[in-house]
Design a protein around this ligand. Structure first.
Ligand SMILES: [Fe+2]
Ligand SMILES: [Fe+2]
Length: 484
């Protein structure tokens, strides 16, 4: 028998695993912590909740001789084990982590003989609001004052102090991917899916986006090739929420939009992997199968048991996200007004995320700037002009003063913007470094210029670069212009 099998067998004989008991204890701990904030110690609800907490504590004592919780790198450890919270209790984990951090508590040790009275006292000391400069020291002093010795604390290390919004956004991103994987597995097995969790995730994405849009959008650069559809769906959902926000949608609408975007490619569960991942061109037959995914997705959504909880726009988006503004694309739609606003938003985000991701069948991966300029070439035909314009602005046009790398290897400084929407990504730039990287006092070129022979643009922006890296003082150029 392998070690794992032994542990499993042991686990089956002795009930839930230590991991599970520790998590249950923390959930109870959190509940008591919360109710103590609201009620007096002798309240009946507290009585009941602490009794349940003690029950979990006793289970924990029976399982392990030592009871030690530690915060380390955004995780909670029980003794040496990192606790893995499920999506359903993830918010409790997050709140606990936050409460510990606020109080600078890095470690909590419970002695086996801690009494219920002591635990309640300690928890009521913990749960008080601390606004002073040294919350940890204040708590320690109060514990000592109450002579509570069967519980000891260690101060959090400075590096663990703040839950950086970046880290928590990143975690949220991966949680969403995890959740979507669970959904597609359950879907395949005809099991119930947890739409409440989906909604909660989308709501959290929305909240994070309000705080830190650029970082969350930066996350969409994560491209995991093996799980393309999962990554892609989360990216499209993030982009769609951010774009919808710019278009003035309300919070409730944005959550519906995010949910709809999240499921836009659900139909791909039905597309055979050989077609989905085929390198090279699809045959006519294969293309037809591939193009079934919008209607298959819509069908799947309608058949969900939780269908009622889904916004109706999810069906529209699944069905319509490959229809172009001029009504070509697939499936074929005759009446223009029939295309839902959310579908048009998702179409833009979907296209962008797709062409900026490396895929076996895609020879070229577009940079952000190249993708936006390609999309602008299709404004009106493939994409809705108002939506695309907002998207390009969100993803960053190049304002005057930005320094850009061109596909020729030259570096330019943006000195003027072309007003025409189509040329938003093609400003006028002053060349400041040649293809070899030598600084030059070059001419001002217009990026809309086309090479007559090849009928291609002479220069295209590859990306914006940090002027400091090139030792450039952008302000100098503009000052010089002002003085001239
Ligand atoms: Fe699709
Ligand atoms: Fe897609």
């Amino acid at each position: 028998m392998t070690e794992e099998a032994k542990t499993q067998a042991a686990g089956q004989e002795s009930g839930p695993s230590v991991q599970k008991i520790a998590i249950n204890f923390l959930i109870r701990f959190y509940i008591v912590f919360k109710v103590l904030k609201l009620y007096a110690e002798n309240n009946q609800l507290i009585e009941e909740q602490t009794r349940l907490l003690m029950e979990e504590l006793n289970r924990l004592k029976a399982a392990e001789p030592e009871i030690k919780f530690k915060i380390k790198q955004e995780s909670i450890f029980f003794n040496q084990q990192r606790l893995k919270f499920s999506l359903a209790n993830y918010h409790i984990f997050k709140s606990l982590l936050e409460e510990f951090r606020r109080r600078e508590i890095g470690q909590l040790d419970l002695s086996a003989d801690i009494s219920r009275q002591e635990l309640i006292k300690a928890l009521s000391i913990f749960c008080q609001k601390r606004t002073g400069p040294e919350p940890f020291e204040a708590i320690q002093a109060e514990l000592a004052g109450q002579q509570i010795s069967s519980l000891s604390l260690e101060k959090m290390q400075a590096s663990e102090h703040l839950l950086s919004p970046e880290k928590s956004s990143a975690r949220l991103y991966f949680l969403s991917i995890l959740h979507l994987r669970e959904i597609s597995d359950r879907e395949k097995e005809n099991q119930k899916i947890k739409l409440n969790t989906t909604r909660r995730l989308i709501q959290s994405i929305f909240n994070h986006l309000v705080d830190n849009e650029s970082f969350l959008l930066g996350l969409t650069n994560i491209k995991n090739h093996d799980e393309y559809t999962l990554n892609h769906s989360v990216n499209v959902s993030l982009l769609a929420i951010a774009l919808g926000k710019r278009l003035g949608l309300s919070r409730a609408e944005l959550v519906d939009l995010g949910l709809s975007a999240f499921f836009h490619d659900l139909g791909k569960i039905e597309t055979p992997l050989e077609i989905l991942n085929k390198p090279g061109q699809l045959t006519e037959e294969e293309r037809k199968i591939m193009e079934l995914h919008p209607s298959q997705g819509a069908e799947k959504l309608v058949q969900l048991k939780e269908f009622r909880r889904l916004p109706i726009s999810a069906i529209h988006v699944a069905m319509e996200h490959h229809i172009k503004e001029d009504l070509s694309g697939y499936p074929h739609f005759k009446i223009k007004q029939d295309i839902n606003l959310y579908s048009r938003i998702v179409k833009v985000c979907d296209f962008f995320d797709a062409i900026t991701t490396k895929r076996v069948y895609r020879k070229k991966v577009f940079t952000r700037a190249e993708a936006l300029s390609l999309m602008l070439d299709q404004i009106g035909a493939e994409f809705n002009p108002i939506i695309l314009k907002a998207f390009v602005q969100m993803m960053g046009v190049f304002p005057i003063g930005s320094v850009v790398l061109l596909n020729t290897g030259e570096v330019g400084l943006v000195t003027g913007v072309n007003q025409e929407m189509k040329f938003l990504m093609r400003p006028k730039v002053k060349l400041i470094a040649d293809a070899e990287g030598n600084k030059i006092d070059g001419e001002i070129v217009d990026l809309t210029e086309v090479d007559m022979a090849s009928q291609k643009y002479k220069r295209t922006i590859v990306k914006e670069i940090n002027p400091d890296e090139y030792g450039l003082k952008v302000a100098d150029y503009f000052l010089a212009q002002a003085e001239a």
